[in-house]
Ligand binder design. Sequence first.
Ligand code: ATP
Ligand code: MG
Length: 768
Amino acid sequence: MSANFIIPRRLAAILNPRHSIRARFGLIIAAIALIFSLLASLTIGQTAIQQIEQDAGQNLADLSYQMANRLDRGMFERYRDIQIAATIETIRDPNSSNTAKRLLLEKLQNTYPAYSWIGLADPQGTVEVSTGELLEGADVSERPWFISGKLNTFVGDVHEAVLLASLLPNPTQNTLRFLDFAAPVDDLQGNFVGVLAAHLNWTWAEDLRNALSRNLRSREQDLLVLRQDGVVLLGPAELVDQKLNNLKSFQAASLSKTGYLNEVWADHQSYITGFTSSSGYRDYEGLNWIVLVRQRTNLAFAPAQQLQLQILTWNLGLGGLFAVLGWFIADYITQPIWAIATAANQIRRGDSNVFIPTLRGQDEIANFSRSLNRLVYDLTQKEGELKLSNERLQQELAERRQIEKSLRLSEEKFRQLAENIDEAFWICSADGTEVIYVSPAYEQICGYSCEMAYQNPRIWYDSIHPDDRNKVTPDFSREALGNYDEEYRLIHRNGSIVWIRDQAFPVCDEQGQVYRVVGITENITERKQAAETRLQLEQERELSELKSHFIAIASHELRTPLSVISMSLDLLQQPSENITEEKKQRYCDRIDNAVKRLTQILDDILLVARAEAGKLEFFPSPLDLVQFCHDLTEEIQMNAGSQHSLVFVCQEQIGQVCMDQNLLNHLLTNLLLNAVKYSPEGGEIHFELSRQQGNAIFQIRDQGIGIPEADQARLFTAFYRCSNTGKLPGTGLGLAIVKEAVELHGGTISVSSLVSKGTTFTVSIPIL
Ligand code: ATP
Ligand code: MG
């Protein structure tokens, strides 16, 4: 934007009341000043105008009153003049000469020039003497003034000149008009001798008017004198002799009122009209004239209108002055606000070096500037925090998008995985009453559709083989689900048996509560069948191995005594001279031992066979166990010879027990013989009997070759021999018989052994 537009815009903003407080303030002050001054001027002006109007009207009323008053006084003086003149002796005395009388009358006329004529008529009505000798000898007996004047003082109203019209000088050529005054004249004796009369020229009234209102003309005021019948006697030429009895002012004055009113006259102009009526003076009763003074209303009220105009002009001037004052005051007041606004704009544009100017003082703007400063500071802080928070949000948003993307990918992968693996993947509610998801493999496993599982979550449980239902726990607790891994059978929708492996895992919320369970169900039918087959094969292989082992052992173990027998018999069959008795006896003993060994082996084989067939019998009988063990130890010691020493220890009172002596004999003999057999020469065999919690504890400890750990698991299997037996003879049947004997007694057997250190067998048998 160019600078050319900035200045007008700024100026326009300053001048626009909507944008500028200055303009608004100036206008408001101007408006207030205008309203107040208008109200004041209206009130004052109205009062002043009313006053002026009243003054104007009153002035007119006063003028009319003054005129009426002057007329009455003037008339009274003339009335008095004629009365006094009628009493002057010269006039009364019939003997006085006419010349003297005329002289007197003319003197009287000279005292008041408005007298046009003064004369004395005799009792018959003939003018005897007069001023200027006018009308002397004329008959005036019919004149009203003579008729009335004979009786009393008479005042006659204005009338046009009758007899004198042609006799008196008339330079204006206007119609002469007179007022008549007459008074009876009596002689010194009181006899009526005539009537003294005077004609007063009506111009007298005009003079009065002129004297009264020298300024009337300049003010355009008209003074009118009307007769009591409304005929204009004196006034503007166009109105003289007009009858104006319709005027309200006339009618009001006729009622002896004095005042003024505004009315429209016959010329259709509005006039303020002052009015009054003459009512005589002292004993002069007056002629009831009406005096009106009129002035055109617009002229009369001109001062008021002028005043109004002046007030208006002043008001406008004052309004303007106040507007300018308001403008400057507002400028003074708003200057700091402008500075604040300018700073605020700069801050808004991002200028961080600018601060809101802080004003001194305690006024509103200073407080405002401080508050704004604090606000800007807070906002700046908040903006910073918001920016940070926004950046964090953006970052979180980006991370969330990334997570969502990963989630989508993961979900896609999961779906691909879940829908393509043979295992059924499922999610259900924590209580198992709702199936949330189950993968399509489910249909393959049990023959029911996923939709059916969603609609009826129990369908799975119902299809479990009744014998295996106890394996499927309805316990959905975290602990139970944590280890849940079961194999059980399902009855497929087509009726076939399906082996499955079912694993479940709890899904916990933030409080650690299980809210979902996920699981994997695997069809392991084939694996089961394979395992069964493998087991069978294994068993068969083991059997076969055992058989061959047995055959190998049997052949070896049986052959050895048979060979001994055979060799001994061969030696015995030698001629008797070649063989001593001693040798014969030794060979017989060898044969006997070999037979015993064979018998022993066959007994063991039969015993194991009976045991495996479950036909081994258990016949417990009372037994002195300590003695039994003692005797057995001695017997074994005798057989073992001096290379081994057997020690039997029993430090507790065992008392009478009830055990199968035959089985116990097999049990202990085998263990003691093994200890002897697998111990080096000079080894000590420790046999200890004790009693613990109702059990007889037999412990046989040797210091022999020991049993490798790998062999310990199969130690009690028939025909099994450990890897370290070397050339030591044996069938591997002894411990199988021992185990069977222990189990028939309801006891337990355990072994602890270290190779080359020794072996300890511990047998625990309940004392019946
Ligand atoms: P038989 O007892 O039938 O003459 P055998 O002693 O070999 O033969 P078992 O008594 O059943 O058979 O013993 C099985 C195997 O356990 C033995 O072959 C031997 O390897 C091992 N064994 C048993 N007792 C001991 C022992 N005290 N010390 C070391 N090895 C032993
Ligand atoms: Mg043995």
